[in-house]
Ligand binder design. Structure first.
Ligand code: FE
Length: 342
């Protein structure tokens, strides 16, 4: 068929639908929740902006963004851990997020130093214990700092040092206490490992449930995920055997990390991207997020999922700037290597 054979009405329709599609936002995300589709549909309904999603592992998306450069169709990069957001920032991938709304919802310590990125949800890296072995009173004054004491010899379970969550925890110690103190602390911590680091965060919680360790260090939301039954019967019954202890309540508070997002430098839909991030921080979206990921909300008007709030809501949070986890990442990695953290 040649162009002159097509009815003019169809040509006009094609042009119109083309311009409708330019009202879009392109998102590269390492979140992979089917349930998020509903969230994006709500956003489109509210704003008329179409959401295009490319979902993959954080590392793969970062590589893709770097190789696409200026030609990247991406407007937003969503990932977990401030360390990853900082990495993207270091690669020069982000442009500043200019939104009074976002500034008013997200505390400064949970954003990039110059608003290169923002948190969308938060998580605490906490301790898990068996109530059969300890009462919450036994442990209530326990801090991260205490975990290097010989009192905990062969009692700790934590994953390997190549895990970014652990690197960020160590980086936060460096930010607070400096390298020398943190190295001594990490040496003691490694001495107290109940076993060679293995498995993911959930595997550490299971080690406590199975009596292979007294204390596990893992992210808060994993217990919610296991209790939800989404990870199967075995993990559900393991999860029921443990409780959360928020460390360092008499000190800096529980270590906080984030999942978050930044706007890509070459974004052709900057205003749509801002609208999308503002939407993700709205009460409706935050409610959806925390009910599916069991993370803690950023928006103060939203409560975490019951599965996770049963362990306490009013714990003290460490307010160290999360961008420091990126700044001190390489020092943390080298330090963990020096102390033999496998
Ligand atoms: Fe995780």
């Amino acid at each position: 068929m040649r162009l002159k054979d097509i009815h003019p009405f169809l040509i006009i329709l094609a042009i119109l639908s083309g311009s409708a599609f330019s009202k879009e936002v392109n998102i590269y995300t390492s979140r992979h929740y089917d349930s998020d589709t509903i969230l994006y549909e709500n956003f489109t309904e509210e704003t008329g902006i179409k959401v295009n999603i490319i979902s993959s592992k954080s590392k793969a998306l970062l590589e893709r963004l770097r190789s696409e450069g200026e030609n990247s169709p991406a407007d937003i990069f969503i990932t977990v851990d401030a360390g990853n957001l900082w990495k993207a920032q270091e690669y020069g991938l982000f442009r500043k997020i200019n939104s009074k709304k976002i500034d008013s919802i997200v505390p400064k310590n949970l954003r990039g130093k110059n608003n290169e990125w923002t948190a969308l949800a938060k998580r605490a890296r906490v301790l898990f214990y068996s109530p059969k072995k300890y009462s919450s009173d036994d442990l209530k004054d326990l801090s991260y700092e205490d975990l290097s004491s010989s009192k905990w010899e062969k009692k700790l379970s934590i994953r390997s040092s190549n895990n970014l969550y652990n690197q960020s925890l160590v980086a936060s110690m460096i930010a607070k206490y400096g390298e020398r103190f943190t190295e001594e602390w990490a040496k003691g911590l490694v001495n107290n490992f109940a076993r060679k680091p293995q498995g993911n965060d959930r595997a550490q919680i299971i080690a406590v449930a199975n009596d292979e360790a007294d204390l596990a260090i893992a992210n808060s939301y994993y217990l919610g995920l296991m209790l939800s039954g989404k990870k199967g019967e075995k993990q559900l019954s393991a999860a029921k055997k443990v409780k959360i202890l928020f460390p360092s309540q008499n000190k800096a508070g529980a270590h906080i990390n984030i999942s978050g997002a930044g706007i890509i430098k070459s974004s052709k839909n900057y205003n749509n991207a801002i609208k999308f991030l503002e939407f993700m921080l709205s009460e409706t979206a935050q409610k959806h997020l925390v009910e599916n990921t069991y993370e803690y909300p950023i928006n103060k008007n939203v409560k975490p999922s019951d599965l996770i709030s049963q362990f306490g809501l009013n714990f003290k949070e460490d307010v160290t700037d999360v961008y420091k986890y990126g700044e001190f990442n390489s020092a943390a990695v080298k330090l963990m290597d020096r102390v033999g953290w496998q």
